[in-house]
Write a protein that binds this ligand. Structure first.
Ligand SMILES: *[C@@H]1O[C@H](CO)[C@@H](O)[C@H](O)[C@H]1NC(C)=O
Ligand SMILES: *[C@@H]1O[C@H](CO)[C@@H](O)[C@H](O)[C@H]1NC(C)=O
Ligand SMILES: *[C@@H]1O[C@H](CO)[C@@H](O)[C@H](O)[C@H]1NC(C)=O
Ligand SMILES: *[C@@H]1O[C@H](CO)[C@@H](O)[C@H](O)[C@H]1NC(C)=O
Ligand SMILES: *[C@@H]1O[C@H](CO)[C@@H](O)[C@H](O)[C@H]1NC(C)=O
Ligand SMILES: *[C@@H]1O[C@H](CO)[C@@H](O)[C@H](O)[C@H]1NC(C)=O
Length: 258
């Protein structure tokens, strides 16, 4: 029995009723209560993890929403476009996550592009910067040594004015926090430091349906098929969008992502 459920109960009568009813709550509903993962508390859909016996159907089946570790006093780690990021903060009502690249060193893989799709986007506090290779005579503060394709050690440069530098070939565009870019330009941060500053990403996963589901007393989730389909888990059984009576789980439809 979780606290979240109690808060929703306006009177003792309904509390009592829910206590009795909860003994027979649908297994999906019961398993998908908000959870804690390391330093982050009270996390819910679309995030999920293999830890804490929290099945994938409580989240959205997308690599970026899977929390890799849930260890005490540590931040969860997630994978976006094959790169690992620490998840530092979630603002679930705004659909914002604050993430941070793991440190760079000579032996780490160079930062890669983050491929935007209908699940992720940049808020206006984050910007893309272009990193190039082959540039001559750029300040050491604007460069980074890293591994490319596993073996080759190359210096990457932050290229303020693409066209003016001799020999520069654009390699990737990567997101950084806008403020961190300002610090790089002022000489307060090196490229290395700029890339490991936390930045925000917007995430999407049927947010409108999830809002309606939660308002009706349900918990959001998705089924296991590809592409995943939104499901609203309710005390009685899974519904398609809200816990309103009269709809059965058989009526699950396949709406498009926003
Ligand atoms: C957990 O998060 C939900 C929103 O996702 C919020 O309504 C609730 O108050 C939070 N509970 C706690 C204990 O912070
Ligand atoms: C989410 O953002 C809103 C609006 O900026 C803010 O009021 C709220 O405190 C934030 N919540 C969290 C958990 O950061
Ligand atoms: C980045 O900075 C860290 C310490 O802040 C250092 O250990 C690392 O070698 C630097 N990496 C590069 C590629 O300069
Ligand atoms: C990088 O790897 C090489 C070979 O494994 C090693 O000799 C070197 O000390 C490593 N450098 C750093 C900064 O870890
Ligand atoms: C390079 O970075 C160091 C430390 O952040 C700073 O003191 C120095 O002024 C920077 N140099 C340039 C040319 O920006
Ligand atoms: C960044 O550098 C500028 C100019 O060198 C300086 O005025 C400013 O205080 C620095 N900002 C921070 C946060 O250190």
């Amino acid at each position: 029995m979780d606290a979240f459920f109690f808060f929703l109960s306006p009177s003792f009568f309904s509390l009592f009723f829910l206590l009795v009813a909860s003994a027979e709550d649908d297994v999906h509903f019961a398993s998908c209560a908000p959870f804690d993962c390391g330093n982050l508390k009270n996390i819910s859909y679309p995030f999920w993890t293999d830890h804490h016996g929290r099945p994938a159907y409580c989240g959205f089946d997308y690599e970026g929403y899977k929390l890799k570790y849930c260890m005490e006093n540590q931040f969860p780690v997630l994978t976006i476009s094959s790169q690992e990021f620490r998840l530092l903060h979630l603002n679930q009502s705004r659909g914002l996550m604050t993430i941070q690249r793991l440190e760079f060193g000579e032996n780490t893989t160079c930062p890669q592009e983050i491929f935007m799709d209908n699940k992720l986007n940049y808020p206006d506090t984050s910007v893309n910067i272009a990193l190039s290779r082959g540039c001559r005579s750029l300040s050491a503060n604007y460069s980074l040594k890293c591994k490319w394709l596993g073996t080759e050690l190359i210096p990457l440069f932050f290229n303020k004015n693409d066209e003016n530098q001799v020999g520069c070939v654009k390699q990737v565009e990567v997101p950084v926090e806008k403020k961190a870019l300002d610090e790089l330009m002022l000489g307060n941060f090196t490229l290395n430091q700029t890339l490991v500053q936390p930045f925000d990403m917007k995430y999407f996963a049927y947010d409108d349906y999830c809002r309606r589901c939660k308002q009706s007393g349900g918990r959001c989730g998705s089924d296991a098929i590809q592409p995943p389909v939104f499901v609203c888990y309710c005390p009685d059984h899974p519904h398609s969008i809200t816990c309103k009576h009269g709809k059965s789980s058989a009526s699950i439809c396949s709406p498009n992502l926003p």
